[in-house]
Ligand binder design. Structure first.
Ligand SMILES: Nc1ncnc2c1ncn2[C@@H]1O[C@H](COP(=O)(O)OP(=O)(O)OP(=O)(O)O)[C@@H](O)[C@H]1O
Ligand SMILES: [Mg+2]
Length: 259
């Protein structure tokens, strides 16, 4: 199984307006899913409801067939990790200590971190190229370095599902590409299922198996990059006139805005 399933979700921040209403979605294990949509369309609300940060007013989110609101926090945290949008970190927290938080769902209260936990923490630091920064306070890092530290924390959590809200924001082009490749490797080699909010259509087209477009809290399109990234969707959802051509080497859709 190992699905994430949202059934009839209604989520809002005040009683007068729901961001998501009667929202249904099934996320399949083994896929890289990109969530796209204009600002305010409900992408972060959806991810944080799936990660149990918001409680829906009605409807359910289930993981492996179990309602996440009836599961112990540690059990949810062993199954899915969320990299939220615009994270803040406590002052003076070092990178290695932030990454160590990823092991908390596995911690034995009396014995603390085991040698295996420490090995997992170091591996997450190495994979995100943070070795030389591991003893620095997180709040002294650049935006991109800080983003990598949070990703290392999520990796140390060793969950089958990784949810990422705009993981490439703040990264320069080189670091964007290396992060997207790292994420793809986590999928291809480690078998992780990924759900990521992206604004960059080229990244979604290149790295995702499935693309879901949200508009005003509803699914406007859902399918392969080729099915979803079309001039019609770009016009209707993003209000942009653009041509879509196949990428010369990958064949994936390439968006060219009309001048
Ligand atoms: N804490 C909150 N209190 C009140 N309204 C909120 C809150 N968080 C989000 N909203 C509203 O819910 C709607 C959806 O917000 P959400 O953050 O899910 O959008 P998004 O698709 O992630 O946008 P972006 O691309 O800008 O990150 C917006 O209208 C937003 O103003
Ligand atoms: Mg958002």
């Amino acid at each position: 199984m190992n699905n994430i399933e949202c059934v009839s979700l209604s989520v809002g921040f005040d009683r007068t307006r729901h961001v998501l209403e009667e929202f249904d979605l099934r996320l399949h294990p083994g896929e890289v899913t990109a969530l796209l949509g204009p600002n305010g369309s409900g992408k972060s609300t959806l991810l944080s409801t799936i990660a149990r940060i918001h409680r829906p007013e009605s409807g359910t989110v289930s993981l492996d067939g179990k309602n996440i609101h009836r599961m112990p926090t540690r059990e949810v945290a062993r199954r899915l990790a969320l990299l939220p949008q615009g994270t803040s970190t406590p002052e003076d927290l070092r990178v290695r200590d932030l990454v160590a938080y990823g092991r908390y769902p596995y911690l034995h209260r009396l014995t603390g971190l085991s040698s295996e936990d420490h090995a997992i923490i170091e591996k997450a630091i190495t994979r995100t190229a943070l070795t030389s920064l591991a003893d620095r306070p997180v709040d002294s890092l650049s935006g991109g370095e800080r983003q990598r530290a949070w990703i290392a924390c999520a990796l140390a959590q060793q969950t089958p599902w990784l949810l990422l809200d705009e993981p490439t924001t703040f990264l320069d082009l080189g670091h964007q590409v290396s992060l997207m490749r790292l994420l793809r490797t986590l999928h291809d080699e480690d078998g992780l299922s990924l759900v990521m909010v992206l604004h960059d259509l080229a990244q979604a087209a290149t790295y995702a198996d499935r693309v879901i477009v949200l508009q005003d809290g509803r699914i406007a399109a859902d399918g392969t990059p080729e099915q979803v990234i079309t001039p019609k969707i770009l016009r209707e959802v993003f209000e942009t006139d653009a041509e879509v051509i196949p990428h010369p080497s990958s064949g994936r859709p390439l968006v060219i805005p009309v001048p």
